[in-house]
Design a protein around this ligand. Structure first.
Ligand code: IPD
Ligand code: CA
Ligand code: CA
Length: 255
């Protein structure tokens, strides 16, 4: 295994074990009651960025907390220190650490660690994706057989009408829908076949950089919802699925 990837895995695991074992934190609102942050998010981000900086000093960094955002066409780290912060604050035990390395504006390595189940998802461009060492494949379900995991875009309540109109369509035209509170794990669960499709009206780059590579290396398809195009510099709506359901999914999420 590539040394950078090994180190990313060590960092994600160390960070994950910390969030699992340490519940000594305070909570504050970022913008409103729907958008909270804990002191642990910031501590974990500082820990991760400190270690990543030693690993590849020339790389730029995009990370969720404290507006860390510097991007170019070379190496870029994209970090979500805790994906599923609200789950973490409520002790729901469904959160993860997400670290991606981009190169030339494309996913190169993605590492996601869920400490509660000791599950490590990872992928390197062109080399497949894995869960605890086992190769991953998306399912091949058609849309009507698809179990859809969706996010509510909780920090974009202006998109609520659209989100819940699409939720109804996905519910009616698929097997059923689910909502977990961690977009990163939702996407990883599509990669390993626990769900067949994903939808969220607005996802930041740190919610999807690592997991998008993990899905595509598992044979899945992950795309921006039109009229957006896939990019690593701003939020976009996202769908994910497989070659048999993506066309119908795309049609269903049309505003
Ligand atoms: C959020 C979670 C949630 C998703 C939001 C994300 P955070 O990330 O992934 O499931 O619906 O869009 O922002 O704030 O917990 O890191
Ligand atoms: Ca997140
Ligand atoms: Ca987060």
């Amino acid at each position: 295994m590539n040394t950078i990837m090994k180190e990313m895995i060590d960092i994600a695991k160390e960070a994950g074990i910390r969030i699992k074992n340490d519940r000594d934190f305070s909570v504050s609102e970022k913008t409103d009651a729907a958008n909270i942050v804990t002191t642990m998010d910031t501590q974990i981000q500082n820990f991760i960025l400190g270690r990543l900086e030693q690993l590849l000093p020339e790389a730029k960094v995009i990370a969720e907390e404290d507006n860390v955002h510097s991007f170019d066409n070379g190496y870029v780290w994209i970090v979500d220190p805790i994906d599923g912060t609200t789950n973490y604050a409520y002790d729901c035990k469904h959160s993860c650490i997400s670290i991606a390395l981009l190169n030339e504006n494309d996913g190169y390595i993605g590492v996601v660690y869920n400490p509660y189940l000791d599950e490590l998802f990872y992928a390197k461009k062109g080399e497949g994706s894995f869960l605890n060492g086992k190769p991953l494949n998306v399912t091949d379900c058609s849309m009507n057989e698809s179990l859809v995991i969706m996010g509510t875009a909780p920090y974009r309540k202006d998109k609520a009408d659209y989100t819940f109109e699409i939720a109804k369509r996905l519910f009616v035209n698929g097997r059923d829908i689910r909502r977990s509170g961690s977009a990163v794990l939702d996407l990883c669960y599509v990669a390993c076949g626990r769900y067949d499709a994903f939808f969220e009206a607005d996802l930041a780059v740190w919610d999807r950089a690592a997991a998008a590579l993990i899905i595509s290396e598992a044979g899945g398809i992950v795309e921006a919802i039109e009229p957006d195009v896939w990019n690593y510099e701003r939020s976009i709506g996202v769908i994910a699925g497989n070659k048999n359901n993506i066309k119908d999914l795309k049609a269903l999420v049309k505003p």
